[in-house]
Design a protein. Sequence first.
Length: 590
Amino acid sequence: MKKMLMLAAVLALPVAGASPFVIPANQSVSATSAVKMGGTLRLTTPGDFDTYNPLVAQGRPNVPELTDGGGLLTVDPYTSEYVGNMAESFTISSDKRTYTFTLRPELKWSDGQTINADDYITSFKIYAADEDSNLNSYMSDNGKPLTWKKISDSKLSITFPRASVQNLETISYLSPLPDHVFGSVFASGGAKAVNDLWPINTDPSKLVVSGPFKVSSYARGERLTLAKNAAFGLWNKDSAGRATPYLDGLQYTIVKDANAQLAQFLAGNVDVYQPDNRDKLAQIAAAKSSGKLNVQLLANAGPNASVDYMYFNFNKSSDQVKQKLFRDVRFRRAMSMLVNKDAIIDQVLGGLGVAAWTSVYPLYSEWVAPNVDKYKYNPAAAAALLKSMGYTKKGSDGILVDAKGNRLSFTLATNSENNRRQQIARLFVDEAKKVGVEVKTNFIPFNQLLGITTPSTAAEKADRKFDAAITGLSGGGFINPVGVAATLNCGGDLNGYDQSAKCIQPWETTQYNLFLKSTAEFDQAKRKAIANQLQQLQVDNQGFIYLISQNAHYSWDSRVEGEFPKKIATPLWSSSYFGPRNVAVTWLSK
């Protein structure tokens, strides 16, 4: 496992950067002399895209992510240190709170306008004002706002309310928005007006992006086509000084059925594919060994930087019986002991995954606290806990009831696009039924699920219209991989179980305070000790019932070149879209 970044090594020192940004040669197996330019990389996606607006886009992949050039900083995968991306250089103040950036002079938007300090300042204002934006949670720390300052057209500073080991990580997430498009709209109409920009029916020629590709066309239910953004290559070069990306474009075909996606890859119609179970791996391996398919296959690259989890709704004011039930830790512990993770890994993942127990992804094995499987699969113990809660009898249908005749029944929701989560839900339904718990299922589109689990208004948050859900999390940081504030803080936009502005139970407050304490600790050993305390709280209280992390597998047509060397071809650095590669230096041999 990689050595974690120690910020003390760069404090108050300028960090030199090339101008323009150069993608190091050691991030590709290909020699730059072998590279061929041009061609289109073909991919599939399971559903239609909903917007071009980066503030409101949900689900993955989404168009704004595919057309984003990143932010001020990026990470060197070999050293785990942050280096300049759009920033040519940066300094850190002695109190570890203020970061000053000088932008690369070559930066351009896709329409030719310069990317400058105003773009960042406007972006920060919008992110901070728009409570529903994807980046709003990064604009404050424990309720205190970040501040920023334009120093010149090419220079700006960001000041955090406190020193934190994760400040550089936070900065790396903050991509700029084009001030010459968003600024006047925000000034006149606020965040709501900005959110209305760039709906999916927008003429793609009107979009302004910073990434290696820009939208060329989109036909709903059919395909999304992206073309090379020449402006990206003005500041983003390979080690030989050539503009990137190498490819002419990307093509995403909408294929909603998972089996049909595999069939497209096996037929040679798709260039990059990530099998997610043993059967799909076996089919690809068989086609490869028989000579029917000329592909590369990297199986079991390690656990993904992701996790699936189940949670119960603490905020159900219209149903006091269920609200009280879901807030009872005995119930949640019992539900945890009805999750047969071994069966899930075997039957759903084909043995190609690992159990998850806390907010620390299994990928970061040295950060996982000891004895985290305290409430592992144990139906007898689960039944005993339910009995202690008053569920001592079963009705004629075999479902447990309490003294008042309330049946032990709830509905479990998950997103209809995700077959893995649906299978997990069905296995849980079967296990729960064995001890007298009725679990109904509701499989709905992701955006609809998101709407009911994370509503906007205070009234809606007090009475969310669901019982339980299986969703998950991917990505996040590696500096302090115990989780993110948005999942650990009450009311955080990723906190599935409690959307209250004020924590309901003391352990929730303690959990968040431990998280804040961990982020302020620059000594890694001490930070791990704090992370262990936090994880024990999670295990004892089961706010999230963590389920599994599936292993990553990557396959690609042999004509697709430029993948990462083996050392960094891991889920930590690989793309959820393109596999173990930087798409900017991906090329086609024919």
